[in-house]
Design a protein around this ligand. Structure first.
Ligand code: UD1
Length: 443
């Protein structure tokens, strides 16, 4: 087994998804049933946060179950630009931040990946200073960082934004942040993670109220605790962090990706196929499982870490996206595809992001009957979708179009693979193993 440095796999070219440059598309032949087991990869959003968290540690750390994704490569590049050494061996990633030399993250990298902004918390905690470009907007909404900024200010950092760069500095106290009580106006995942990381090395106690409760926040807390941080309450709406002077090495395995799991559950339901998924943490999928059951599918807990979907006649239902433990916005598009072919009328309400309906016109192209009214999509179920040329507008929209294509009559040609490659580890080969017929083509 080769132990290769991550550097060669992180060239600028490869962090641009290859599909982006070569105008690749996915050709999907619909109507084939799926069967078998699918192996779920480590959670993308956990892996990104934990990579930022590893900056807190002056000793090398190992992350396991790291998914193979363009976004992970991009985050790796951000860490390398800060002087960190990375070494990758299959799904294990060694991160040595003992060599963290600079607090300046480069614009070209941060602008490509919002999660890379989250390094600001670790940088300011460890070095007393950070310069991180604003991540900018993205296809699904404006996505500001005001909650991150206000929280860092509460922790004693002086923060100013000039020419698109966020400068955070701790003056005095030997560059150490100071614990504080922070109330988040909204339970933002990223802000909770940034502030939790920042507070880990601060003087005294920090309490984050109205914190995000997502499993990825809890995973980050567990990783930091494995490095010696004192954190309790992660996974609830109040996180309490007592600062420690220094963290130490650890070897930590990332949780399974609940959104990938949910996407495969939808793939099973929409193609009326029984498939099994493992490893999974079923509690992380409570809202998706509840909706699938309401729609007429059975979801069986085959083993503590294995789910099986047994599809039924699909019935309409209403869905509203909310912070965890509500229904995840990252599953909204995939469920919209499923509701398009369910009997009856459904309403899907997107409350988390203001512009996350890019998949609607594409699903309509495939024969779905969907109208958008403000933050609601009104869906009248049709018996069958028909294959069509479509474009994925963001990561989860692309996944929704792929699952729609699997169930559609005829051929679907989906463009926009640069989004899909950001977030699904070996999606096509996993689907192919289940019996789907699809191929990547160059246009
Ligand atoms: C994370 C996930 C993303 C998921 C989202 C919501 C990662 C890498 N990404 O994104 O897949 O869709 O959670 O579950 O973990 N907001 C502000 N000000 C801020 C921060 C956020 O107004 O300072 C708003 C955003 O614009 C958005 C809402 O809060 O409308 C939720 O965003 P947030 O929870 O922060 O999402 P991310 O952490 O960016």
């Amino acid at each position: 087994m080769e132990n290769r440095a991550i550097t060669p796999s992180l060239s600028q070219d490869q962090t641009q998804a290859p599909s982006d440059e070569m105008q690749e598309a996915l050709r999907i032949w619909g109507g084939r049933p799926l069967s078998g087991n699918v192996r779920i990869s480590g959670a993308k959003n956990s892996a990104l946060a934990l990579m930022a968290g590893a900056l807190l540690c002056p000793e090398p750390c190992r992350l396991r179950n790291v998914p193979s994704l363009v976004d992970i490569n991009r985050m790796g590049q951000v860490l390398q630009s800060l002087g960190v050494k990375l070494q990758q061996q299959e799904d294990a990633l060694d991160i040595d931040a003992s060599t963290l030399t600079t607090s300046k993250a480069p614009y070209e990298l941060v602008s490509q990946l919002r999660a890379s902004f989250f390094v600001i918390g670790s940088l300011v905690a460890r070095l007393g200073s950070a310069r991180v470009p604003l991540p900018g907007g993205c296809a699904i909404g404006a996505r500001p960082v005001d909650l991150h900024v206000r929280g860092l200010q509460a922790l004693g950092a002086e923060v100013r934004i000039e020419h698109g760069i966020v400068y955070a500095d701790v003056k005095g106290r030997g560059g150490k942040l100071k614990g504080a009580k922070i109330y988040l106006d909204y339970p933002s995942v990223g802000a909770t993670e940034t502030l939790m990381m920042a507070a880990t090395l601060a003087e005294g106690e920090t309490i984050i109220e109205n914190a995000a409760q997502e499993p990825e926040v809890e995973d980050l807390a567990n990783f930091c605790r494995a490095m010696g941080a004192k954190i309790r309450g992660a996974g609830t709406n109040t996180v309490i962090i007592v600062g420690v002077p220094r963290l130490h090495t650890t070897d930590y395995s990332i949780i399974p990706d609940r959104i990938e799991t949910g996407t495969f559950l939808v793939a099973g339901a929409i193609t009326r196929s029984e498939i099994s998924l493992s490893p999974v943490i079923p509690e992380h999928l409570t809202p998706a499982i509840a909706k699938l059951r309401e729609m007429g599918c059975q979801v069986i807990f085959e083993a503590p870490n294995r789910l099986r979907i047994v599809p039924g006649e699909l019935r309409a239902t209403d869905i509203e996206t909310l912070p965890y433990p509500g229904f995840p916005t990252d599953m909204q598009a995939q469920f919209m595809a499923l509701l398009s072919v369910s009997t009856g009328n459904s309403v899907v309400t997107e409350t988390v992001f203001e512009n996350r309906m890019g998949h609607v016109p594409e699903l309509v192209r495939m024969g779905a009957d969907i109208r958008i009214k403000g933050e609601n999509a009104i869906i009248r179920g049709v018996p069958l979708l028909s294959g069509a040329p479509v474009s994925g507008t963001d990561l989860r929209a692309s996944a929704a179009l792929v699952v729609a294509g699997l169930a559609a009559d005829g051929e679907t040609l989906m463009k926009g693979l640069r989004h899909l490659d950001r977030g699904y580890d070996n999606f096509e080969s996993k689907l192919r193993k289940l019996g789907a017929k699809l191929e990547r083509v160059t246009l």
